[in-house]
Design a binder for this molecule. Structure first.
Ligand code: SAM
Length: 276
């Protein structure tokens, strides 16, 4: 089944990326996949989303997909039997896919990983539930991916994160081709701060430089603010993406300013206090 928004007509015969959702809850993301830019991308045929339910491949009258953990313990573990059969079925029907097991123990998804994955034509996203998968499922997948150091109840939201982050990098998905290139993390920096109208809101004004019409100065100011923000809240990004020459100069300026300020603070701390 391919998700198509109500108001869109498929036009492109071959999507840039096809996602194969392997999930026990194939309808869970339907509303999300129909809405907004993602819905339009699917409607325009740039992205396709197929679903395969491992339960359809579970043996027995009850089509049970899970069982108790060997060795004891709480919860239920998803059996490799229906999951691997589902992966084989989708491969036989639509061709090989890069198979990603969604799991909190996987490699952390970041913008670099998103860029890497966006070059793949067909990606299977294997969503777990309960206590997760029998260990053997991993040997039938190409990689393991986590969307963050926290635990969700199922892989479907993680799959939605992967789909959306990849889709917005594909040509034709975003209205303005530049938007993704300027997003946070695209150059190892957080995005610069943004403002819109009204120019004055409850005493907070849009910075004058943004109203100056000087595009070169605005671009430089934005790079500087992006660097300032990254250095303040995500210094880990600076070790992955070392400062440029321009950024080094700014950092020295700020250090000098701080030095001056620290000196003033130290001097005023030494001044004798006069009682009021
Ligand atoms: N017992 C597992 C553990 O401690 O790692 C957690 C299982 S979790 C309740 C059920 C499923 O949700 C997982 O198999 C996985 O598919 C998905 N999931 C949960 N957190 C995730 C995360 N941070 N990234 C990707 N998938 C996640």
């Amino acid at each position: 089944m391919t998700a198509t928004p109500d108001d869109a007509t498929p036009s492109s015969p071959s999507p840039l990326v096809t996602f194969e959702l392997v999930t026990l809850f194939p309808d869970l993301l339907d509303g999300y996949l129909r809405a907004s830019l993602l819905g339009k991308a699917i409607g325009a045929g740039i992205v396709a989303v197929e679903r395969t339910n491992p339960r359809d491949f579970a043996p027995g009258r009850h089509r049970s997909v899970d069982d108790t953990p060997c060795g004891g313990g709480p919860g239920m573990v998803i059996s490799p039997v229906p999951v691997v059969a589902a992966l084989e079925d989708l491969t036989a029907r639509r061709g090989p896919a890069h198979k990603i097991l969604l799991t909190p123990r996987g490699r952390l998804l970041d913008q670099g990983q998103v860029r890497r994955l966006s070059a793949l034509p067909r990606i299977a996203l294997v969503c777990g539930r309960y206590e997760g998968f029998d260990e053997r499922v991993a040997s039938f997948c190409d990689e393991e991916l986590s969307i963050g150091d926290y635990v969700l109840s199922g892989g479907e939201l993680a799959a939605a994160v992967v789909i959306e982050s990849i889709a917005r990098l594909l040509p034709g998905v975003l209205g303005c081709g530049l938007s993704a290139a300027e997003d946070s993390f695209s150059a190892g920096r957080l995005e610069h701060p943004q403002w819109t109208r009204p120019l004055e809101f409850r005493g907070h004004r849009v910075p004058d430089i943004l109203l100056s019409g000087d595009h070169a100065a605005i671009a430089r100011w934005r790079r500087r603010e992006a660097y300032r923000r990254t250095a303040a809240v995500r210094p880990d990004l600076l070790s992955l993406h070392p400062p440029t020459e321009e950024e080094r100069v700014w950092a020295e300026e700020w250090a000098r300013e701080r030095g001056g300020q620290d000196q003033n603070d130290a001097l005023s701390a030494q001044e004798p206090r006069t009682r009021p």
